[in-house]
Structure formats: structure tokens, C-alpha cells
Design a binder for this molecule. Structure first.
Ligand code: HEC
Length: 138
């Protein structure tokens, strides 16, 4: 247990540290905000074409988990089962429910992501896939 006197010393040390460093701290926060601004702005811009897409999370998930097999909306393992609208329709995967179910539970050579992705992540990546399919992955 610390004594009151020790506590007081710590407190004094803290406040004098803050007094000398507060300007620097403020400058740091400012720089940090400025540095982040373009990122926030870019995320906004990229989202402009995707009204149903909930932020850029869907794209991030796709880039991390799906692009390996589905680059440009294709399918490197089963070419016919790609992410273009025509194929999605043919195989009955042209609804958010059907895609989310596939992502969650997997099928054949496509693994299940239910243990790695939350329902929200799955909904986001599903919206991303449908939006990109609607613009033919251009
Ligand atoms: C290891 C490679 C691989 C990865 C990674 C992968 N998939 Fe697939 N995907 C496949 C295969 C193989 C199929 C065909 C499954 C079948 O037999 O029906 C498929 C089918 C699909 C289909 C249905 C396509 C159609 O025309 O019927 C969708 C939608 C899909 N994947 C989305 C995703 C999403 C979203 C992710 C990331 C979360 C993902 N995939 C990750 C291999 C992969």
C-alpha cells in the first residue's frame, strides 16, 4: 500500500509532467488527426458508389479472406461459380441470405467463415459482393 505522501508525490510528478508536456501532447493529437483525415475521407469516397454497402468493412473483409480465390469476382477453383451476377443467379446465390449462409457454413472447397467472422462482418462482405456484382466487378 502506498502512503498518502507517496500518492501526493506521484500526483505532483504527474501534474508537473503534464504542465511541461501539455503543448507537445496537444500538438501530437493535432498531427494525429491531420494524418488520419485523408484515410477517413478516402473511405467516404470509395463508399459513394455502394449505397447498400455498410462502410468499407466489407471491402476490407473481402481483401483479407476472399480475394485469394475470388480475385476480380472470379473463382480460381471452380471457374463457373464466380461472383458475377449471372453465376450468382444460376446457382441461387443472388440474395444476401444465400451468400451469407454460404460464407458462414462453407461448401465443398470453400471453407466456412462462421468461426472467424461475426454475423456483422458476413453481412458487410455479402453487401460488398452483391454491390460489386451489380457493377460487374468493374
Ligand atoms: C479457398 C478458396 C475460396 C475462398 C478463400 C473463398 N471462396 Fe467463395 N467459393 C469458393 C469455391 C470453390 C466456391 C464454389 C462452392 C461450390 O462448390 O458451390 C465458392 C463459391 C462462392 C460463392 C457462390 C458463387 C456462385 O456463383 O455460386 C460466393 C458468393 C462466394 N464464394 C463468396 C465468397 C466470400 C464472400 C469469401 C470470403 C469470405 C469467399 N467466397 C472465400 C472458393 C473460395
Amino acid at each position: 500500500m502506498k502512503t498518502n505522501r507517496q500518492n501526493l508525490t506521484v500526483l505532483t510528478a504527474c501534474s508537473s509532467w503534464f504542465a511541461t508536456h501539455s503543448t507537445r501532447l496537444l500538438a501530437l493529437v493535432l498531427v494525429w488527426m491531420l494524418a488520419l483525415a485523408p484515410v477517413v475521407y478516402a473511405a467516404d469516397l470509395s463508399n459513394a458508389n455502394w449505397p447498400k454497402n455498410n462502410g468499407s468493412n466489407g471491402e476490407a473483409i473481402f481483401e483479407q479472406y476472399c480475394v485469394g480465390c475470388h480475385v476480380n469476382g472470379g473463382n480460381i477453383i471452380r471457374r463457373g461459380k464466380n461472383l458475377k451476377l449471372k453465376a450468382l443467379r444460376r446457382y441461387g446465390r443472388d440474395t444476401p441470405e444465400a451468400i451469407a449462409d454460404l460464407v458462414k457454413n462453407g461448401k465443398n472447397n470453400m471453407s466456412a467463415y462462421g468461426d472467424r467472422l461475426s454475423d456483422e462482418d458476413i453481412a458487410d462482405v455479402t453487401a460488398y459482393v452483391l454491390d460489386r456484382a451489380a457493377e460487374n466487378w468493374r
